[in-house]
Structures are given as structure tokens and as C-alpha cells.
Design a binder for this molecule. Sequence first.
Ligand code: 7RM
Length: 629
Amino acid sequence: MQRINSLSEYFKKYELSEKNPESFWSEIADSFTWKKKWDKVLDWDFENVSINWFQNAKLNITENIFERNLKERGDKTAIIWEPNDPNESPIHLTYKKLYEETCRFSNALRSKGIKKGDRVIIYMPMVPEAAIAMLACARVGAVHSVVFAGFSSTSLADRINDCQAKMVLTSDGNFRGSKTIPVKSVVDEALEKCSTIESVIVLERTKQAVEMFEGRDFWWHDCVSEETNICDAEVLDSEDMLFILYTSGSTGKPKGVVHSSAGYMVYSAYTFQNVFQYDENDIYWCTADVGWITGHSYIVYGPLLCGATTVMFEGVPTFPNVSRFWDIVDKFKINQFYTAPTAIRALQAHGLEPLKNNSLESLKVIGSVGEPINEEAWHWYHDNIGKGNCPLVDTWWQTETGGIMISALAGITPNKPAHASLPLPGIHPVIVDPEGNELVGNNVQGNLCIKFPWPSIIRTTYGDHQRCINTYFSNYKGMYFTGDGVKRDHDGYLRILGRVDDVINVSGHRMGTAEVENAINEHEEVIESAVVGYPHDIKGEGIYAYVIINSQSSDDKVKGEIVDVVRRVIGPIAKPDKIQIVSGLPKTRSGKIMRRILRKVASNDFGNLGDTSTLLNPDVVEEIINGAN
Ligand code: 7RM
């Protein structure tokens, strides 16, 4: 894998990627194993969103993880798995062992009738089998869609139905901190609303009692017991779908973001290698869950394509105590550590006491992802975890981009607190004003767009291509619109300012305000609701819900029930932090809720509410201010 070693080399590569993107990307793609090479590097059209990378090439991403790595790295550890309970032994899976287990499970998938193009849902805890499940799908050409195991049965059912999945891979339960959470029973509940699922494979993890439905449900260990550890990889076209991952937007239900095989492979590996500057014997740990894009690209695919040792952690940062992350860093002598600002802030709140028995001296690189990192958290992380001598890579990217887009390259790009800094080679960001004029030069602020395709750009939203065009490629003609605001400072470094649409980012989890409102509205006494984000010390943003109810019951009772409804409809991560019962919502004459005002009130920023004279019901503003919590 091509690796950039100096700042001047970065600028050189960047320039090449601007002047001759095809030669830039084909040089990188050359280091992979192809069944057949491409006829043309790139064909693209942002108007109809038709993007074709490495045209007509044939490959399988798992051959690039296994066959390409096995000779040199067969006995090298691919995955280190750290269980929830620190007293349970970790598991070290070598590349050879991971390959064999993937083949065995690939055969099991084929035995159950899974073929190229079939959609398979993975609803599993953070266990090695979750990675094996993803890789086995990729091996047989099935399209995986991982659903975070904290989502509700309703959310799971929506995703199964949207992609018309044929199979669910799951577990009996999930160990998370001091709790044991049911998983299989959530699947059972979801499947009452689904008709496309033919079989369910259940991994035994917690050994809790589960119901197994004859003819539909099978134990993982039974499925693999008769299978061999050799399995031919399906030959895929570059643009064949690799996976679907659902993500929230400003309107409607979550969208199935589609990634394709070759482009995603090239980009996830290239960015992993260069951002983290991985060296052959390093131990790398990303604390994300495989249910999010960060887990896909930087726990599983990127690291394994590069032959790295990647750590997978089943538990939570606070169990059995708040030293857990740092204990794991010392236990495995982690060299690169990649986590979210929300985790940093939560641990920062406990002070330095939990660090006093940790050395952390193995760390070479620390990283941040998922939300803007505030300067205070940046410095705490840099000084106390990185001990002042580890480069901190603040990596900006999205489910739709497939891989890191704007970030320092560790040890190469000078660090600047709270700045994602510079685009990676091949990434051409532009800052635009609301009319779509490009703002050139330094000291400008506006909306972040990307004007040229990169290999792992979103290809479509599953089942609804028009929605992909409308959401990402219509706001600004000829450009991909990210939904984020950005500032280019006097040095030309980029600082991400957060979402400019109705998406909120709670503890690094993306949520549509409309999605939360729809869940709240399922409570039978709710007439209308409006959800906004507000600054939260630890979560980054908290969820603030304004709710109009039609009720004789006490406000407190309804508030409690609303929290329960959201938990049931979406999952615990979407629970409102604050609920204010109101008699009306500020609306424009055309009936649109003026969220600007609601955002200001939720942020305790009553000073300048802007022009409220155009409101249909200006009186309600005062009531809302008086009742704010
Ligand atoms: C990787 C991931 C994407 C949204 C994105 C941003 C925010 C992500 C950063 C960030 C500031 C960062 N995918 N975001 N990384 N904001 N600095 N380094 O999180 O699809 O779940 O979310 O997250 O708003 O649009 S995601």
C-alpha cells in the first residue's frame, strides 16, 4: 500500500490527484489483487449520480484481505478480541484462522441458499463472529447490512423490509457493561413485521434462553460444524454492491447508503494506511461499534486489507470502571487509538485519577471521529492520553463518504487543535455560500461540498436513486453536499462546524430530528412535536423535544411515557434529554415550524431570537421561553 512519508510528499500527491486523478488512483489500485484489471479508472456524472470506478475490473475484497496477506502474514494476529468482562480471556485470531472461519461461514451461507446479490442483515454484538459474518457475506457476494444491536425491533424491521433481506445473523444476547441484553428476542419481534426473511442464524454468546423457530432459526455452531474451511470467492464486478448501511438524514426514514466493491476497498485501505501511519507490527484499536461506518471501514475492512492487527472490544468504557479504555491500551500495548470526542469528554469528567495506574506509553497516534472535538477535549486527550507527544488525527468523514476525507496524516501534517486540517489526496472540498458560489481563499466559512468523486463515494440510496440525487447532489449543482458547515482559517486549515441541516449528532450518533419527532408522535396523547439539538457538555448535542399534548394526565407522567416510546420505536440512543410541554409551536404563515427559535431557547440563548414578527403565533414564544428547562 502506498504510503506518504512527508509533508512535501503529501503536497506532491495532492497536486497529482488534482491534475491527473486517474493516474493517481490507478497507482494505488495497482497494489491490490484483481481477477481482471479495469478498462478505465473513472466515469462519472454527478447530475444523474452515475459513478463508475475501476470500470469492468473483477475482484473479491476478501481475497485482498486473505489470499493477498496470507503468505506473509498467515500467523500474524488479524483480530484481537477483548470481551466485555475483563476476567474472560481475550481471543487472538491469526489471518489464517480468520480466513478459515470466514470460509467455513461462507459455506454455511451458501448452504442456506445465499447467493450473490442477496441482502443479509447482521444484528450482532461486538464479537469476532460479527466481522466473520461481514467477511463471509463479502466472500459469497451477498450484500451485508449491519444494524447496530442497540436499535429497536421496529428500526430493525424497517431496515429488513427496506432492503428485502433474506437472512438475519444474530446472537442470543449481548453482554454490555453490567447488563445482559436480549438480542434474539428483538429479532423475533421484528420478524413479525417482515416477510422476506427465510432464515436466521444465531450465535451463542450469553447462553440465555431463546426461542428457536423450527425451519427458520439455526445455531451458528451447527451451521458451521459440517462445513470445510475452503471456499471459493465469488468474482464481483468493481461496481457490485458490497454493503448497505442505514443512516439518518433530515427527512423521512433512514436511508440505505450503498457502497460498491472496488472503490470502497481501495479507499478504506489507502486512508487507513496513511491517516494512522500504520507500521507492520503495530496494534491498532478503534473503539467504534461495527454497526456504524467507522466500524466497517476502520475496524474491519481498512485494517484487514492492510494486514494490520485490529482490536475489537465488546464492552463499554465505564465497565468495570472508568479506567477500562486505558487498561486495554496497556494490556495489548496499543499503538494507534481511535475514538469519539463524546467518550473523551465522558472520561475527562472523571479527572486524572482513573489514569494513575496506566502507562499508555505504547501509544503513537491518537484519533478522533464522529463529531466536532472541542478545544478543551482536544487538549485533554492530547496532553493526558497522548502525553503531549502523539499526533492527534481529527478525522472528518461520513457514512456516505465511506472513508476519511479530511484529516491530518499522523506525524506528517502539523497538528492544530479542533481542526480536521487538510483534505486527503484525491479529495477536493469546496466551501460554498447559500447561493452555491464557491468561497475561495482563506478566512471563509460556509457549507462543505466535494466537487470531484473519490473511490468510496455513495453510489445510491437503496431502492430509491432519486432520493440520493435529491439529498446529496441537488442543493449545489455538480457537487456532493455534505450537510456540514466548515471554516477555512488563515492557514488554509479546515475546521468542521457541525451540521447545517436538521440532523443532530448525539454522542457521535447521527439522528434526524424528524425521525425522533415521528417516534414521539406515536404516543397517543401527543398532538405535535418539534425536536432540536442543544449543546451538551458530554454528548456534544443533547435532544430537546417540544411537545403539545392532549392530556388530562400529569406532564411528568407523559414525559416518562414519551421517553419509553422513543426507546421502543428507535432505541435508547434517541431518548430525549429534555422534554418541554408547550401549548403551541412557533410557526411561519406557511405553517413551517421556526426551528431557529426553538434551537435558541433550547440553548438558553434568549437574547437574540431574531425576527419573530412573521410568526403566525408570536405569543407562544414567550410561553416557551418561560417554560424552558
Ligand atoms: C464517521 C461518521 C457523519 C457526520 C458528519 C459530521 C460529523 C464526523 C467529524 C464530524 C466534526 C469530525 N459518520 N462528523 N466526523 N464533525 N469533526 N472529525 O461519523 O455518518 O455517522 O456521521 O458526523 O457532522 O456529517 S456518520
